[in-house]
Design a protein around this ligand. Structure first.
Ligand code: COA
Length: 320
């Protein structure tokens, strides 16, 4: 038994911030950001929260799938920026949707989070434990940024994407995942400091820090290998794939992956130009965009891939 994606949804904040807008508040330029990353704008939360974005994306995915919230028996939310430490984002979404029959939990794998959540849903559904799952990637990364660090804050955006997946005996799904904790500190953000009556770390809240060039090298080296592995596992050649839907960190990373795979860039839809890097949300937001534009038909083969902090990476191949 495999999963089939039967509905998609997404939500991004209404506040659109262009590179030119950022250049008014920090020493940067549209030229610097767009030539190195492809990013031209990102959407940043003002009134929206990680929960509100995840709920809207999920409602749209349920509507798109024609599935009622009560039919969902599993909710997995991938996020590094939930509004609460507890309760989890997935439980907040469950309450707001009225998905009272679902078990709900969060999963943390940074920018690979959506891929890991999808593979987890596949494993549960293949085991027969659940039948209909809601898989969410949602982030308000702007709250982790050091807005005085121009080398990182210009890269990220806020938003959420969700898919409804169902057990389907005619569906095809294969995935690979990997982690390399030894290199974790190249992309890091500390949690709250320890403060109790016996110990006080006296630290301010931490922000995201990144060795951009290390992350770039890791992505370009690892993602093509993961994609080849998953295609081999499924017994599928690159030219049988309609689209490669990759984590939207950087246009140059995607171009390098396409080149290494020998696949034309037309098969790699992108939206980092408008959304920036939305971590766990970027793959499901892009998937929703291409679905709603009518770019994918039932039976089309898609490759999804994510990579990021941990370090972590994941790739999946599925039939639409
Ligand atoms: N605007 C203008 N100048 C900037 C800047 C900005 N927003 N950010 C950094 N700079 C400056 C640096 O200070 C440096 O100046 P210096 O040479 O005077 O010291 C110069 O630009 C070059 O910086 P460098 O870090 O060498 O640039 P780069 O070509 O490596 O590009 C990244 C930086 C971050 C765009 C690139 O490394 C990258 O995209 N990495 C991958 C990051 C990523 O995708 N992370 C998420 C993965 S999930």
């Amino acid at each position: 038994m495999n999963i089939r994606i039967c509905g998609t949804g997404s939500a991004i904040p209404s506040k659109r911030v262009t590179n030119d807008d950022l250049s008014k508040i920090m020493d940067t330029s549209d030229e610097w950001i767009s030539t190195r990353t492809g990013i031209r704008a990102r959407h940043l939360a003002e009134t929206e929260t990680t929960t509100s974005l995840a709920v809207t994306a999920s409602q749209r995915a349920l509507e798109n799938a024609g599935v009622q919230a009560e039919e969902i028996d599993l909710i997995i939310a991938a996020t590094a920026t939930s509004d609460y430490v507890v309760p989890t984002l997935s439980c907040e979404v469950q309450r707001e949707l009225g998905a009272s029959h679902a078990v709900a939990f969060d999963l943390g794998a940074a920018c690979s989070g959506f891929l890991f959540a999808l593979s987890t849903a596949q494993a549960y559904i293949a085991s027969g434990m659940y039948k209909n799952a809601l898989v969410i990637g949602a982030e308000v990364l702007s709250k982790l940024m050091d807005w005085s660090d121009r080398s990182t804050c210009v890269l990220f955006g806020d938003g959420a994407g969700a898919v409804v997946v169902k057990a389907d005996e005619n569906a095809a799904f294969e995935s690979v995942q990997g982690s390399d904790g030894a290199k974790g500190m190249v992309l890091a953000c500390k949690n709250r400091p320890v403060v109790n009556p016996y110990h006080d770390d006296q630290e301010a809240y931490s922000h995201l820090s990144m060795d951009g060039q290390e992350v770039f090298r890791f992505a370009v080296r690892t993602v093509p290998v993961a994609i080849r592995q998953v295609l081999d596992k499924a017994g599928i050649a690159e030219d049988e794939v309609k689209y490669f839907v990759l984590h939207q960190a950087n246009l140059r990373i995607i171009e390098a992956v396409a080149k290494r795979l020998g696949v034309p860039m037309e098969k790699f839809p992108t939206n980092m130009q408008e959304c920036g890097n939305v971590s766990a949300a970027s793959v499901p937001i892009l998937l929703d965009e291409i679905n709603r534009k009518g770019m994918i038909q039932r039976g089309d083969r898609l490759v999804l891939a994510g990579f990021g902090a941990g370090l972590t990476w994941g790739a999946a191949v599925l039939n639409w």
